[in-house]
Design a protein around this ligand. Structure first.
Ligand SMILES: NC(=O)c1ccc[n+]([C@@H]2O[C@H](COP(=O)([O-])OP(=O)(O)OC[C@H]3O[C@@H](n4cnc5c(N)ncnc54)[C@H](OP(=O)(O)O)[C@@H]3O)[C@@H](O)[C@H]2O)c1
Length: 252
């Protein structure tokens, strides 16, 4: 049986990169996207290939929906040329940015940037990629614990992620007729470059999160990559339309 293929947006760093490593270990070939870090993306291809997976990286600005047509063409060509396939089996909508701004001070420009990258992008990218996703496939969207609990400074960011949670249920309903499972994973605070690396690099923030987490520490990329692989696994085949929080029990 040929290996299944996962497309992961934002795979050059952080959670997307980690998901690529976990999915490859579970037998997936990987097509990742990067935005600005072509070097990191190429390094990941080498690592994945050394582990026995086939891998490719494509450039994508998920905030620019006008580019999705060309991206879909490039993906289709890569699938045929490098993987001998017409479809991907799993789409992970992971790429994203954080902007920390109090509600009272959030600018329209900040709101629009978050809207384009965190909501409009995954909405229309997934729509455009539907013909390239195999029947019985999986879509895994990425939210945040901040949709369940409120921390100051994330009103616009969390509002977009909350909309992704609603969208996930509609996608699960409408794509179920093709056997496509759609779920959304909500990480707690994880040590990555996200938000300027604040969870990893600011010891006060790190200690605050750890002290409010049942398992007593902040999250690490492996905590999330493993959970994404879990949602892509055969064992999760009867799970659709669900939000899975992966936070070690933040603010229970
Ligand atoms: N880390 C956390 O604490 C945390 C918690 C909850 C949810 N999340 C969510 O998890 C996802 C990944 O976060 P992360 O922690 O891995 O962040 P990260 O380490 O900052 O990595 C972000 C990734 O997204 C890509 N990216 C950024 N802007 C993009 C754009 N306009 N178009 C396409 N790709 C873009 C980056 O590509 P380049 O490197 O090539 O520029 C990079 O691969 C995000 O959706 C975030 O909202 C993170």
């Amino acid at each position: 049986m040929s290996r299944r293929i996962a497309l992961i947006t934002g795979a050059s760093r952080g959670l997307g990169k980690n998901a690529a490593l976990h999915l490859a270990a579970q037998g997936f070939d990987i097509i990742g996207t990067y935005h600005s870090k072509a070097g990191e993306a190429q390094t990941l291809v080498t690592t994945l290939e050394q582990s026995g997976a086939r891998a490719a990286m494509l450039q994508l600005d998920v905030g620019n929906s006008a580019s999705f047509e060309a991206f879909a063409s490039a993906l289709g060509e890569t699938l045929k040329r490098d993987f001998g396939r017409d479809h991907i089996d799993v789409l992970v909508n992971n790429a994203g940015i954080g902007i920390n701004a109090p509600f009272a001070e959030t600018s329209e420009a900040q709101f629009d940037q978050l809207l384009n990258i965190q909501l409009k992008g995954p909405f229309f990218l997934t729509q455009r990629l539907l013909p390239l996703i195999a029947d019985q496939g999986r879509i895994i969207n990425v939210s945040t614990g901040l949709t369940r609990f409120a921390l100051p400074g994330y009103a616009a960011y969390a509002a977009m992620k909350g909309a992704m949670e609603v969208l996930t249920r509609y996608q699960a309903k409408e794509l179920g007729q093709r056997g496509i499972r759609v779920n959304i994973l909500a990480p707690g605070a994880i040590e990555t470059d996200f938000g300027g690396g604040v969870v990893r690099d600011n010891s006060d923030v790190n200690a605050f999160v750890a002290s409010n987490t049942a398992l007593g520490r902040v999250g690490l990329p492996d905590d999330i990559g493993a959970a994404i692989a879990l949602l892509a696994s055969d064992g999760a085949g009867w799970v659709t339309g669900q939000r899975l929080e992966v936070s070690g029990g933040m603010f229970l």
